[in-house]
Design a protein around this ligand. Sequence first.
Ligand code: ADP
Ligand code: MG
Ligand code: MG
Length: 252
Amino acid sequence: MLEIKGLTAEIDGKQILKGIDLTIPQGEVHAVMGPNGAGKSTLSYVLSGREGYEVTGGTATFFGQDILAMEPEERAAAGIFLAFQYPVELPGVGNANFLRTALNSVRRARGEGELDAVQFLKQARAAVKKLAMSEDMLKRNVNVGFSGGEKKRNEILQMTMLQPKLALLDETDSGLDIDALRIVAEGVNASRGPNFSALVITHYQRLLDYIVPDHVHVLADGRIIRSGGPELAKELEADGYAGIIGEAAEAA
Ligand code: ADP
Ligand code: MG
Ligand code: MG
């Protein structure tokens, strides 16, 4: 499980995360919502180990291991799926080869044998079929010329094949149409089970119509100001963020 305590972080000397406390037990899906500029993406980047984000305090552990001290590849080997590690466009790199390399690196870390090309292709084809994707996507270069929806499907294909213990998904505000939301939701829902947890970050309540989270947290100005059940997302849809931010300010 993921346990974050008092996490503070800055970018270029500007404090963005101001003390995040968040625990995600095994088997649960948590959503982090919040207005633009709240620090949602910063939280996912810090947990991913992206360069340029300086942790200034607090801890983040995954099954007791300090993930903040780990390289991004080590975090992946520990069972954390970080969408940004399986990146944007890689001209000249075949999607199937890229995916097999990523999968074998995670399998080595898990003490499982590597898959040869034939074994891999069998698994990849099964996953592609399950996600209602075209097999062509395995033959193309990684994300090159993919539509927004195809990139999303590819990200979910990567997640499905890597079988992480924890998926960190930052569904950024731009470019996610309803089809893309459904793709993400179906992928997460299909992965749900006692050994899978997810942190789904979104600006949109709408995604949570498809992925019903176990818990919802509202992030505003670098802090989690409210946590609740799935009904909290409905409340936000009806009242917007302003009401909740106002209440939190009054209580402080
Ligand atoms: P969210 O994902 O909730 O919209 P972000 O984590 O992207 O918020 O951004 C939080 C704050 O950090 C914003 O005020 C934003 O302007 C600032 N910020 C984000 N990235 C950078 C950066 N690379 N350099 C300076 N400020 C940044
Ligand atoms: Mg934003
Ligand atoms: Mg963001």
